[in-house]
Write a protein that binds this ligand. Structure first.
Ligand code: GLN
Length: 290
């Protein structure tokens, strides 16, 4: 960290940004998020009160956290939260940090929503971000969210309770649909399952590889192992007229799309791009319709 001691919040943020320049693609954002965390100020206040002095204790804490960020730890794990679809989701190493492309998965589903009261399955919920966002955005939705990781499910339970969605979201410890109640059928199945192919592991940013849980990322040889198993189970778990929303790796969207078409030959299917223009979301609507 800098040899001189910054006196103000703005100077401290600048020092952190300089420290993170070579290790992060978003050094200024990271510095501001860490400064917000140590000062308790929100995003605008940390800028507006930039000239206010920062005491030595907070400054040292900020520098300590900046050093953690410099080793590649995601900011979200350091501050223990990530904003997702307007909610503040608690996150830690038990689950992936919710991604912007997964916000787009949720928004795809919301855009197609017909105003009804859907029963939704969120398979592989991790931190519970998708389930909480859907509960927030579709107040009459009932969501059954599952994860094979008991640890992830504990984090999801924390979020569901903290954010006040316990009446809408039920959590199930389950390998895909295996431990769901036998008679549970859904209007919407949404999933961001582990989808990184074995030979793409090296393409993941090393910070992701080193800090986030591999079991939430790796999807077998071609990345589609879990989606193949999910699609085997989906026909008997979807209601007539139901829909599927699946997040995938851009390189796999067309293969996943073909798998969806062969599972639901009469459905309306679609591949949607994310904000980066990458094919990221495979959708099937009117599954099981005559
Ligand atoms: N989008 C994540 C990444 O590339 C992967 C998420 C997943 O496997 N479901 O880092």
């Amino acid at each position: 960290m800098p040899s001189h001691n910054p006196r103000t919040i703005a100077e401290a943020i600048d020092a952190c940004r300089d420290r993170l320049r070579s290790v992060s693609r978003t050094p200024w954002l990271d510095a501001r998020l860490l400064a917000q965390y140590v000062t308790g100020l929100d995003a605008s206040a940390v800028i507006a009160y930039g000239d206010a002095s920062i005491d030595a204790r907070r400054r040292n804490r900020l520098f300590e956290l900046t050093e953690r960020r410099a080793t590649g730890e995601p900011v979200a794990y350091i501050i223990g939260r990530k904003s997702f679809c307007g909610l503040e989701i608690a996150v830690d190493r038990r689950a992936l940090v919710p991604r912007p492309e997964t916000e787009e998965l949720v928004l795809s589903c919301i855009n197609d929503w017909d105003g009804g009261s859907p029963i939704i399955a969120d398979i592989g919920t991790g931190s519970g971000a998708i389930a909480c966002a859907l509960a927030h955005l579709i107040p009459r939705a009932q969501i059954m969210a599952s994860d094979v990781s008991q640890e992830a499910l504990e984090l999801a339970a924390h979020n569901v309770h903290e954010l006040g969605f316990a009446e809408q979201v039920t959590l199930v410890h389950s390998d895909l649909f295996a431990q769901y109640p036998d008679d549970a059928r859904f209007d919407i199945v949404i999933a961001n399952l582990p989808y990184v192919a074995e030979d793409k592991l090296h393409e993941l940013h090393e910070n992701v590889r080193d800090h986030e849980p591999a079991e939430a990322l790796m999807g077998g040889v071609d990345g589609l192992d879990l989606y193949r198993r999910l699609l085997d189970q989906a026909p008997e778990r979807t209601r007539q007229g139901g829909a599927l929303y699946l997040e995938c790796a851009p390189g796999n969207a067309s293969v996943l799309h073909s798998l969806v078409v062969s599972t639901f030959p009469t459905a309306q299917t679609e591949v949607r791009k994310d904000a980066a223009g990458l094919e990221r979301i495979v959708i099937a609507r009117s599954v099981g319709a005559p």
